[in-house]
Write a protein that binds this ligand. Structure first.
Ligand code: 5GP
Ligand code: MN
Length: 334
């Protein structure tokens, strides 16, 4: 948590006269949107007018969140996003650890004279003016809850903020299943339910969102499932043509990689997907226990993330990428 002194310095910027901006990472997920909107709702309740900006659009299954429609999506509203960032007094940077992860927003933010406040749980954060980073906490939304409490803003966590923060924690913990889910996480979630979060509604809004196209893509992924390294490493993949054939929508492949990890004896799962427009392969890694896919993604695949969930990009064709992956996996003894 920020020190008392840091908190009071940050609170100097939480005044109606100040322009407050909240930004989060590229391809925003439930935690990115949940923590950003959760913080925004609490600040609105405190009488402030924060603006949430994301680099690009986010999946439909997150659009039900209160005020999701008010988010400025920089890929569609470039001028508005850059103006807001340029004129900001304070920029909250949520759920990412380096400006390099937010594309053009990072350049604008770096040039803005605003103070930058990082609240995040990814490994090895860059330097910001204020940093609250805790890699042992499963979701940035949980850190936002801690921050609001420490700042004396608990009374500003209304139903909308609680719904958003709960969503962030639920999605980033894989439904409270991942290893970093702690008693403290459950206590936070219990508080959020007291404050108005509705678990059944949120679960259904997030999970009961399959489309025929998505299930067809899943059937292709499972049909081509491969295991290497004596069954410890599962490989899944999709080509651009397959994505096109089934009308791929943002978020459609969310969670596919977990099927690999659900195989008995699997320690690592890797999901490779050809980008729809550019010539690179987007990769998602998941692992169990001490197997560190963050290090692996950093070392070989221009990426990073967390010990058990990371991602990266690779600039070769799909089959070459998979071949290289198998080579590196064997080399690292995965
Ligand atoms: P996902 O597989 O869900 O896209 O990403 C899993 C985790 O890895 C996320 O926490 C995300 O921050 C991180 N991650 C995904 N792709 C990249 C990447 O290209 N670079 C870095 N540094 N991290 C990534
Ligand atoms: Mn997160």
């Amino acid at each position: 948590m920020f020190t008392e002194e840091e908190l009071s310095r940050i609170k100097e910027y939480l005044k109606p006269s100040k322009k407050i901006v909240i930004i989060t990472h590229h391809n925003p997920d439930g935690d990115a949107i949940g923590s950003s909107l959760g913080l925004a709702h609490a600040l609105v309740a405190a009488g402030l007018s924060p603006e949430v900006i994301v680099p690009n659009d986010f999946p439909k299954f997150l659009k039900w969140m209160p005020n999701a429609k008010k988010i400025t999506i920089a890929e569609y509203k470039r001028r508005k996003a850059s103006e807001l960032i340029k004129e900001a007094d304070v920029i909250f940077c949520l759920d990412f650890n380096t400006m390099a992860r937010i594309g053009i927003l990072g350049d604008w933010a770096e040039r803005s004279r605003a103070i930058k406040v990082l609240i995040d749980h990814h490994q090895m954060p860059d330097a910001f003016d204020f940093v609250y980073s805790d890699t042992t906490i499963p979701a940035t939304a949980q850190l936002i809850f801690n921050f609001l409490q420490a700042a004396g803003y608990r009374q500003f966590i209304g139903t909308d903020a609680a719904q958003c923060l709960y969503t962030g924690i639920m999605t980033d913990t894989g439904g409270f299943r991942f290893r970093s889910t702690s008693a403290e996480t459950h206590r936070t979630v219990a508080d959020l339910i007291d404050l108005g979060a509705d678990p059944a509604f949120i679960s259904s809004s997030i999970l009961d969102t399959n489309t025929v196209g998505r299930l067809k893509l899943l059937s292709i992924v499972l049909g081509r499932l491969q295991v290497v390294c004596d069954g410890r490493v599962a490989i899944l993949s999709l080509t651009r043509d397959e994505l096109k054939e089934y009308g791929f929508q943002k978020g459609d492949t969310e969670g596919f990689v977990n099927y690999g990890l659900s195989i008995m004896g699997a320690r690592v799962a890797a999901f490779f997907m050809e980008d729809l427009y550019e010539d690179f392969i987007k990769i998602s890694f998941r692992s169990k226990g001490d197997t560190d896919v963050n290090q692996f993604a950093r070392k070989y695949f221009n990426g990073g993330g967390h010990i058990n969930a990371a991602g990266g990009k690779y600039y070769k064709g799909l089959s070459e990428t998979v071949e290289d992956f198998i080579h590196y996996a064997e080399q690292e003894g995965l």
